[in-house]
Design a protein around this ligand. Sequence first.
Ligand code: DCP
Ligand code: MG
Length: 361
Amino acid sequence: MDYKPVIIDALRVLEARDRADKKPFSVRAYATVLRHLEAHPAPIRSLAEIPVFQGVGEKIKKKMEEIVETGRLEAAEKAKADYPLEALALFGGIYGIGPVKARELVEMGLRTLTDLRVELHMRPDLLHEKQKAGLFYYEDLVERIPREEMREHELLLQGIAQVPMTIVGSYRRGAETSGDVDVLLRVPSAWTAAEGASYLHKFVRALETAGYMEYVLALGEKKCMGIARLPAQNKARRVDFLITPEHEYACALLYFTGSDMFNVAFRQHALQKGYTLNEHIMTPIGDAPAPPPFHTEQDIFRFLSLQYVEPSKRVEGAISGDAQSRPAGAAGLVSVCSTNTPLSLGISKRVLIKRPKVVYP
Ligand code: DCP
Ligand code: MG
């Protein structure tokens, strides 16, 4: 018998258990072994066939041995009984509910959305307002938005925005479906924070009046997070609006277009060149020269001696350029994209867990 599938199942359970218990190092260890095991081409039918992977400690090796010897792993069975992992994942997937709250709900004996809705009916203070909205809209919000519908959001928003706007995120990368509608609103650099905030509030009110914005999750000076619905659609969608002054627009466009793994690699490259980069600005470290103003994404790539990457190709490992040369310099943006060194951090999605987009204002 090939025990490999049993080993993989059992280690996945322990990985999920330790994630629920907030033990990131252990989670990472299981994730590494699982990655190796999934790629391991041979069956595991005996102790001798248990593969040796670099970085796999004695404890995990012993667990694999237990499965080969007994056909089961006691720790995984206990974890399954003690930790209702599916319910934890379900509650943790509700907007506004993090791992701690999910755990609390599970410990109360709740397992399904219906359980939670019934309990909430009896104890309205069980969830705060945003979590309640997350639960109310749960079925809609877990669905991804087809690209055709994203185009309709774009048209509607362009009609109301009155300032230049771009839908960024996966939509700008050309994805067939998107998890949410991420929108940058470009406002003049001369606007004060109060003017930006006043515009944003008016914009959001106009969206409410249009019957588009259904629930405002958070509305600050620069950012609005909400739940919206196209008039002709019956699904509610997550929408995020961000006010960006013109002089920050290129950095914001780059950051919010993603992908997140591309951004990690891009920032790493910027660091090698002596700069930190965020969604607002590029800052020199030490004696690196101050960067020039960036008007476009191309300016940023060029300054870091990188070949421009189309949004649709922005995946980890898509960056190519000369990691060693000095930046093009503040005096002028000279293209020096000659070499072709692919840069990849080799970080897998499993390890670099994306923070859920939850905000408690
Ligand atoms: N982003 C990032 N790191 C994060 C979160 C976001 O770099 N931890 C950036 C890159 C993302 C962009 O912001 O592409 C938008 O965030 P989303 O979570 O909306 O991601 P996507 O739009 O790429 O995917 P989805 O279709 O799931 O919304
Ligand atoms: Mg998105």
